[in-house]
Design a protein around this ligand. Sequence first.
Ligand SMILES: Cc1ncc(COP(=O)(O)O)c(C=O)c1O
Length: 461
Amino acid sequence: MNYQAPRHPDFTINRVPEQKLRTLYRADRFDLIDTRDRRYLDAVSGAYAAIFGYTNPDISSVMADASATLPFVHNARFRNVYADEFARRLATYVGDQSYRVYFSVSGSDGVEAAIRIALLYQISKHGPARTRTAALRYSYHGSTHGALSATGHLPARRCYADTLADVVRLTPPIHAAEPAYGTPVSGMTDACTAEAERVLGATDALGLAAFVVEPVMGNAAGSVALPREYLRRVADLCAQQDVVLIADEVTTGLGRAGPPTACMLSAVRPDILVLGKAITAGYFPMSAVLVSERIAAALSPDLNLLGHTHSAHPIGAAIGIRVLDRLADEELAENKTAIAAEMKGVSSEIEELTSVKYVRGTGLLYSVAFDTEYYQRVHGRSASSVVYDLCLEQGLLVMPGTCVDENRGVLSDHITLAPAFSMGPGEVEAIFDRLKSALNGARPVPADAPTKSRPPQRARN
Ligand SMILES: Cc1ncc(COP(=O)(O)O)c(C=O)c1O
C-alpha cells in the first residue's frame, strides 16, 4: 500500500510511550491489517469495543440505512426515533426499564456526565456543599477533566500533577480478590470496607456527592472483580448517605464480564450506570448514561443539563439497536459461554509458563501478569510493553497495562485479553497459540528463574 508518514503529533493517552504506532488501513473479520500488509488477530476487541469483530455486513447495512434516512439530529432541538428505541431497549437489557438514558459520545464524557448529574442531584437535595467525588486507586474512568480526576491509574494522571479535581481516594480490596498479588489476603476486604465506612460516614464533612466504581476493574488494575460483599456494602452506604453510586461499566457493560452488567454479579443496582465501547460494537463513538428515576426526578427539567452536538446520534443508536438484537441471540450467548470456558481452561496452562506470574479474569476479560523485575533487568522496560511487542510479532493484538501504586510501585505488569463475543473456536485457539509462542520467545528460561512453586513475589518499588 502506498502510504505517507503522518504529520500530526500523537497526543493519545494510554499509549506505551516507547512504541511507535503502526498504521492500519483495513480489517478482515477479526484481523486488523497494517500498511505493510501485516495482519494482527485482535484478542482485545480493539479496546473492548469490537465485540463482533470487524467487517460485519449486518451492522454496515444498518449504518448505511440510518445514514441514508436520518444522518444527523441535533438533540437540543429534536428527539429521534432511533435514540428513543435504543434507550428503551438498553434499559430493558440491563434489567431496569425505569432508567432514563442520556446518550453521549465517549466513555469519558459519559463518566463526566454521570458526575455532573450527581452534582446537580446533590445541589437540588442538599445544597451546594456536596461537591466531591470518591473513587478507587488504580481505576480508569477516562481522559476528560472530571473523569481523569476520578481516575486512580497513575500513568494516565501523572503529567497533570496537581491540576486535577480533588477526589477522595479509597483503596480497592483487589489484593484480597487476587492472592497472587502476594499481599496477605486475610483482612484486606474488611480493611477496605472499614475505610469505605469511615469515608462515607463522613459524607457531609467531606462534601461527598458521588462514588464512582468499576465493579470489575479493567486493564488499569488487571481485570479484577471487586469482592461482592465490598461492592454491596459500598452500595448500601451510598444509599444510606444519599451519595450517588456511579458504576462505570464502559468496559464491562453488555456482557464482557458475563451478565449484561458486571453489577449484576453482585446484585447491585447503581444510581447511575455508564456504558460505552461495546454498545455500538466499535462502529460508532457513543456512550450511554443510565440514570435511576430517583435521581432523574430530582433534576429540574428547566436546567440546561448536558449535551454535545453529536449526542444521541441516530446512526449510533441504529447500530446499538442491532447490537442488542444480536446479543439476544441464543447461539451468541452459547458461543460466549464456550469462549469464557476456554479462557478459564487455558488460563491455568498459561500460568504454568515460567514468564507468567499469574492469570486472572472474569467472563471474557482476562489479564496475564508477568515478573516485572525480570523484564526491567533483562529488557530495561516493562513486561507489558515487551510482551505487547512480541505478540505483535506473532500477529496478535493484546492490551498492555500496568497497575501502579504511589507508594509501592508496580503492583501488576500485564497484558489483557478480551476477545470478540462472536469468535469461533479456531480464532480463540489461535489467540492462545500465538500468545504462548510470544511468551516462550519472550522469556528464555534464565538460570536463576524462580520456580512455579515459589510463592508470588510481593511487588516492590
Ligand atoms: C472503565 C472505563 N471507563 C471509561 C473509559 C473511557 O472511555 P473512552 O475511552 O471511550 O473515553 C474507559 C476506556 O478505556 C474505561 O475502560
